[in-house]
Structures are given as C-alpha cells and as structure tokens.
Design a protein around this ligand. Structure first.
Ligand code: HEC
Length: 178
C-alpha cells in the first residue's frame, strides 16, 4: 500500500514539475522574425506590431496603386510598412536592403476593405538565388494563402530591374533603392 502511495506522489511530482517547466518555456519563447508564415505573422502582429512602423518613404495610408506598374494583384489601395533597418537603408539609397528587412503591404479593395497582407522578409541564406527573400500572402485574419519561394511573387518582382537603373533593385517595386 505504502509503495503505491509513493508512486502516486512521484507521478504527481513529475506532473507538477513538467507543468512548471511548460509555463517557463512558453514565457521564454521570444517572438523572432523567421522564414515561416506562422512565426512571421506572430512577430509582425504581436512581437513587433507592424502598425507601429514607418511607412514606405513618401507614402501614407491607402495610397492608390500605381498604374504604371503591374500592381493589380495587390488591390486598389495600398499601405506599405517597412521595418526600421530597411527604412534607413532605403533613405540612405544603399541599393539593397539589409538582412532581417521586413516589408508589410496591406492590400485594400475598391471599397477600402482590407483584402490581404503581402509580406517580404529577408533571411540570410534562405534563397541566395533571389536575394534571400521569403514571400508570404495572408488573409486579413492571418490565414496563409501562399508562403516561401513563391514563384508568382518572385517572377513579377524580378521585373523592376527593367525599370530602375540598378540591375535588380533587390526585387523591390515601390521605389528606386539607389
Ligand atoms: C504581377 C506583378 C506582381 C505580383 C505577382 C506580386 N507583386 Fe508585389 N508588387 C508589385 C508591384 C507593381 C508593387 C508596387 C505597387 C505600387 O507601388 O503601386 C508591389 C509591391 C509589393 C511589396 C512592397 C515592396 C515592393 O516591392 O515595392 C510587397 C511586400 C509585395 N509586393 C509582396 C508581394 C508578394 C508576397 C507577392 C506574392 C504573393 C507579390 N508581391 C506578388 C507587383 C507584383
């Protein structure tokens, strides 16, 4: 009888310790940007809310999409937020954006209703052939429609090289980086 009691105590002890470790574990999980749609969404909405970032230099909220560029897929009105590291290199005309750059584009329809979030995130070594960009498209509730080395995104974002004097403009359409 005594033996069974001891076993019960030990099991209860293990259970409590694992609960405790579990809690500590979750608390220590820091939200970091990563080339993973879910992790990146948590980072840009909770860890470092993109709504607090600066907008692409010279743009404001819900500007009409450019008619000189093939921007139909992005909807009618756009708001474009950029992470601080990207913002400074855009302004400094560095020609290329730094690792860990994040660009979040809100895509609105003709009624100014949010239709999608399209995001570019640069992770060192992720896709060296295409300047390491990770591409992702979210529905307004965060559901992922496409993510990764998305061919459609890459192919169209490869075109700015024809428009800007730099050879690639780092797959960026919104403005000349150099
Ligand atoms: C048919 C062409 C086309 C496709 C496909 C496309 N984009 Fe874009 N994208 C553009 C254009 C053009 C702009 C600039 C819009 C403007 O200034 O009016 C842009 C802007 C952006 C920006 C702001 C940074 C920049 O490059 O200017 C992000 C972020 C972005 N797109 C992400 C994506 C993602 C993610 C996908 C795929 C799910 C995608 N795009 C697919 C044409 C495209």
């Amino acid at each position: 009888m005594e033996k069974t009691k001891n076993i019960v105590y030990i099991l209860a002890g293990i259970f409590l310790v694992s609960l405790f470790l579990g809690c500590v574990g979750t608390k220590e999980t820091k939200l970091e940007p990563r080339a993973d749609g879910k992790a990146l969404y948590d980072y840009i909405t909770v860890g470092n809310n993109y709504k607090t970032w600066k907008m692409w230099p010279g743009t404001g909220e819900m500007y009409p999409r450019s008619t000189e560029k093939p921007s139909e897929p992005h909807g009618v009105f756009l708001t474009t937020y950029v992470s601080d590291n990207a913002y400074s290199d855009i302004v400094a005309k560095k020609g290329i954006l730094p690792d860990e750059s994040i660009i979040v584009k809100e895509n609105y329809d003709a009624d100014k209703k949010l239709a999608a979030l399209t995001v570019m995130y640069k992770e060192k070594g992720y896709d060296p052939e295409h300047n390491d960009w990770f591409w992702v498209k979210y529905q307004p509730n965060g559901t992922i429609d496409a993510q990764g080395k998305v061919k459609g995104c890459i192919d169209c974002h490869d075109l700015p090289k024809d428009m800007f004097k730099d050879k690639s403009n780092d797959y960026i359409w919104s403005g000349d980086l150099s």
